[in-house]
Every structure is written in structure tokens, then in C-alpha cells.
Design a protein around this ligand. Structure first.
Ligand code: NAP
Length: 355
């Protein structure tokens, strides 16, 4: 059982990120002092959304310069913290050098942050933002699960540097986290393993994978159709709350599969039709698999032909009973997540009505 003193500062690594933005907002709403570890505290443009929150909310934010690949660079940010949220990790599908761009920052960065926790006497709990990507690699993996559903018991054994390297980076990073946590007993580790995170963040101009997927649904890129590619989806605000509860619930332990909906890309887009179908070129039919195979790599270089073959037309199913029971998380409906993210892009001029 780990009790966190709510007056001690709380470290959030990768505070400029999409997921972290909502977590920082929640922490500030609750009046906490946030130590925000960012690559470049001088880049005020990147920090303006966090600064705006800090101005209007009761908590406080202090910035620290930290890089996943610079050893010791989280020491100052972590000093005095009892609770550490480690969210920083690159989330990108189409990279040129997966070892350098994904695996090194994910794995060595996790080592850097967690070894710092072992050296920092105040730290009692570390919550790592892992991913469903550490549980499965491709939708076909569902067939090899014991009960036809992804759970916390399962690890991704199918991804590699060559195939689904982002998934591989999250798997090796989470394994590294459990290894380091197991070598000491002052702090405990909890992981949050979200599926695809959607919903309005704090920065509408984010260029991450979550934003680009919903943007492509509304900007005409997918007007010919969207693939029936099974996927789990969860709202970013629910993911933020899941992190908070994982950090502050004394009994929280182990991995938490954090996914609200078993859906697919085509069905996700259909949630937008009633409200936005007249004004935006939304996908209205499923793209046949052969066509996805043909055009997928052009839309996103991370969607290779092998990825299309092993994921399109296959369902996705995750069991979220542990997080609902142990952390009391109730998930938002998919329509709310999709509509509010779409509206957030419209309100901020990222999506425009068709002429
Ligand atoms: P994001 O917006 O791209 O955020 C990634 C964060 O990591 C940014 O703050 C980025 O800093 C930081 N970062 C990357 N490389 C770094 C480095 N070398 N040193 C220091 N910081 C570095 O992506 P996100 O979607 O919020 O992802 C956040 C976490 O959630 C990741 O661990 C990701 O794997 C996990 N996750 C995301 C999803 C999803 O669907 N979005 C699903 C499951 C898990 P800069 O701003 O300086 O680039």
C-alpha cells in the first residue's frame, strides 16, 4: 500500500505531449504542484497551452529541462517528488531508423527515469504510460489469446524492429520498467496500458498519431472509405483519470489495460456522420482489404503491407474489467469522444467545411 502526500510535487515527464496535457490539467485542477519535464523549457510556443492552464487553475507548474537520452537529466525535476508519471516516449508509426527514433528513447529513457527514481529518496510510486502495444502486436494475435480477448496477462511477442517497431519499443520499455522496479522495494510501479487514445487534448495543433487519424477522417483523405481495421479506443480524459487514480490509489498494482471500446477505424468514423456528415467529407464505406493493402503505405508509412494483412478485417477485443473494478474508471461513450475531438479541430481551424 503506497500513500502519497498530496502536498509533495508530482513529476510528469513528456509534459508537452497529448496524453500528458490532460494529465497535467487534472493535476492542476486538483491543486497539485507539477514538475513538468520537457525537452526545451525555452520553447514558449510549445508550452503556451500548459501555461494557460496554470494561469486559471489552482495548482502550480514548474518546468525542468530533461531529455530521455541524457543520463541524470531528470534528477532536478524528480527531487522531492513522491509520485512520478513517466509518459515521455516517441509515438510515431513511419520512422526511418526505428532503433534510434523509437527503441532507444523508449527503453533507455525508461531506464534513465526509473533509475533516477531509485536514486531519489522521496519517490514512492512510479506510473509508466505503457500501451496496449506492449500487450499485442497485430490484430491476428487475438486468435492466440487464451480466451479470445487481450488482458493484462498477455505480452506482445510478435513485434520487432522490422515489423511494428513502435509496438516493439513499448514492449521493451515496459519490460525494462518491471526489471528496474523489481531491483528495489522503496517505490512501486504501476503501468497504464491505453489502446488508441482519442478525444480533445489541450493543444489542437498536435501532430501526433491520434490527431492525424481524426484529421484524416475530416479533411477528405479517407473520403473513398476507411478500413475495417479492428482497434481499441479510449478517451484522453479517461486515460488522464486512469493515471491519476493509478498514482493515488494506495492499493493500485500491476498493469491496467485502459481501453473503452472494441471498434474499428470505419466504425469510429461512422460515429461522426449524424452530426458532421453534411459538411465534411467523412468516409462512408469500408475500404476493401486489397485497396487498403495498395494505398495504406501511402497514407501512413507505418502501415506496411504486412501490417495491413495482419490487421485489416480482424476484430479487436480488450478486457477492461480490472481498471473498472480496482480504480473505478467509467469510460465515456465513443460518440462523445469522436464528436468532441472533431469539434475541437473545427473550433481551432484545423478542419474546414467542404466547399
Ligand atoms: P506525443 O503527443 O507525441 O507525446 C510524446 C511526448 O514524449 C512529448 O512530450 C515528447 O516531447 C516526449 N518525448 C519524445 N522523445 C523525447 C525525448 N528524447 N526526450 C524527452 N521527451 C521526449 O504522444 P502521446 O500520444 O501523448 O504519447 C504519450 C505516451 O502515451 C507515450 O508513452 C505513448 O507511447 C503512450 N500512448 C499513447 C497512445 C495514443 O494513442 N496517443 C496510446 C497508448 C500509449 P516533445 O514535445 O519535446 O517532442
Amino acid at each position: 500500500m503506497t500513500h502519497i502526500d498530496p502536498t509533495s510535487p508530482i513529476l510528469v515527464t513528456g509534459a508537452t505531449g497529448y496524453v500528458a496535457g490532460r494529465l497535467v490539467k487534472l493535476l492542476l485542477e486538483k491543486g497539485h504542484t507539477v514538475h513538468a519535464a520537457v525537452r526545451d523549457p525555452g520553447k514558449t510556443e510549445k508550452l503556451k497551452y500548459l501555461n494557460a492552464l496554470a494561469e486559471s487553475l489552482p495548482g502550480q507548474i514548474h518546468y525542468f529541462k530533461s531529455d530521455l537520452l541524457t543520463e541524470g537529466s531528470y534528477a532536478e525535476a524528480m527531487a522531492g517528488c513522491e509520485l512520478v508519471f513517466h509518459t515521455a516516449s516517441p509515438f510515431a508509426m513511419g520512422v526511418k531508423d526505428p532503433q534510434k527514433e523509437l527503441v532507444d528513447p523508449a527503453k533507455l529513457g525508461t531506464r534513465n527515469v526509473l533509475e533516477e527514481a531509485s536514486r531519489t529518496p522521496s519517490v514512492k510510486r512510479v506510473v509508466v504510460t505503457s500501451s496496449m502495444a506492449a500487450i499485442y502486436g497485430d490484430n491476428v494475435d487475438l486468435k492466440h489469446t487464451p480466451n479470445g480477448v487481450f488482458t493484462e496477462e498477455i505480452w506482445n511477442t510478435t513485434s520487432s524492429l522490422k515489423h511494428q517497431p513502435y509496438y516493439y519499443s513499448k514492449t521493451v520499455a515496459e519490460k525494462e520498467a518491471w526489471d528496474i522496479a523489481g531491483k528495489q522495494d522503496r517505490w512501486d510501479l504501476v503501468t497504464i496500458n491505453p489502446s488508441f487514445v482519442l478525444g480533445p487534448g489541450i493543444n489542437p495543433h498536435s501532430t501526433g498519431e491520434s490527431y492525424s487519424t481524426v484529421k484524416q477522417m475530416g479533411d477528405g483523405t479517407l473520403k473513398a472509405g476507411a478500413p475495417k481495421m479492428g482497434i481499441g479506443v479510449v478517451d484522453v480524459r479517461d486515460v488522464a483519470l486512469a493515471h491519476y487514480k493509478a498514482g493515488t490509489t494506495p492499493e493500485a498494482a500491476g498493469r491496467y489495460l485502459t481501453s473503452a471500446h472494441n471498434t474499428d477505424l470505419f466504425d469510429m468514423a461512422q460515429e461522426l456522420l449524424p452530426k458532421y456528415g453534411n459538411d465534411y467529407p467523412l468516409p462512408r464505406k469500408p475500404l476493401p482489404k486489397w485497396l487498403v493493402w495498395l494505398v495504406g503505405p501511402m497514407l501512413n508509412p507505418g502501415i506496411t503491407r504486412k501490417v495491413v494483412s495482419l490487421n485489416t478485417g480482424f476484430p479487436w477485443k480488450g478486457d477492461n474489467s480490472k481498471i473498472r473494478k480496482e480504480l473505478g474508471i467509467e469510460f465515456r461513450p465513443l460518440r462523445e469522444t469522436m464528436e468532441e475531438m472533431f469539434q475541437h479541430l473545427i473550433d481551432n481551424g484545423v478542419l474546414e467545411k467542404k466547399a
